[in-house]
Design a protein around this ligand. Sequence first.
Ligand code: AMP
Length: 400
Amino acid sequence: MLILVINAGSSSLKYQLIDMNGEICIAKGLCERIGVDGKIEAKNMRTGEVYEEETAMPNHTVAFQSVKKALISGNAKVIDDLAEIKAVGHRIVQGGALFNKSVVIDNEVIDGIESLCDLAPLHNPAHIQGIRACIEVFGKEVPEVVVFDNAFHSTMPPEAYMFPIPYEYYEKYKIRRYGFHGTSHRYVSARCAELMGQDIKGLKIITCHLGNGASITAIKNGEVVDTSMGLTPLDGFIMGTRTGGIDPSAVTYLQAKEGWTPEQTDTVLNKKSGVLGISGISNDDRDVKAAALEGNARAKLARDIQWYQIRKFIGSYVAAMQGVDAIVFTGGIGENTFDLRADVCEKLAFLGIALDAAANEKTIRGAEGAITAPDSPIKVFVIPTNEELMIARDTQDLVK
Ligand code: AMP
């Protein structure tokens, strides 16, 4: 069964075509600059052939037509006929409190996603454009499924998801912690239980998704009990360009001093802060690490803050779950930055983490495995995430 997985942004469209027989990605691609000019890059994963074209993409419908063309024709062609695609799965960032699991798309579902646009103004409107365009190009007969980034977090108890502001604002605006990266946390926690050869129902797992955006989640018996991102993906700890949690008074103080509008505030907190803001160099850990190793004090400070805050979050989730059996690192940084992993594990040795330094240093660039000694009471794993596969699995389960 072939399933097309779609991640539609406001000016981009990423896709993967997954053969569920073996769970293999057979094609992947990206349309960029939709609404500006337009470019598609498509790769046949079996042959390695890449198709590239700069072509006008005034909207998502035209972008989907380019995807269709790249899949069935040209040098990177993977299938003869579009009819071979049996279902489409869409990634949706914000499902709010409306959706606690993946669902098959109908008009009511689209209206539900639309009603949550206020909570995810950058993402949900683009997802709806993507869904509508996909239906237009692939036809109504191909079933489509939506998989929500925060559905996995819907098991959080109120003491974890409520913000202590006047209750009326929760009632009026549904302001609370929703969490993000849920599909990734779900995938790596399930895989962690598999690697441990144990039922997830008996495990306490802390999953660290560390990329340009980053979040940490506490998962007890397969259910999320707390997660670091909040109403939006800004909360938690320091990220590539985002602050993570800071004293809100610092924000109102700066608004008063600098005369920032809400939009300007948003830009500073989301795009100019974090590792980039502290280091003044880059949001990419590779650049910041290189500068820190050359003696740049602000680059080192950015990494010190990052490592410290990650350790602090893990510690707080051990307290939240009253214990932990396994910790997982994933995301671009979690999968590659072994010095960060070593620092976090060594400083948490008192909990019962015995790092295997050699395993840690070689488990990079897509490798999977334990980085703790076999007799370590708490296991630590590096597990490359695969959100697309999770979306494809949910889609297959729902359309079968
Ligand atoms: P993501 O958002 O998951 O793509 O992660 C992006 C972050 O991962 C960036 O800060 C990169 O520096 C880091 N990263 C990605 N690949 C590597 C790599 N091969 N080695 C070191 N860091 C990497």
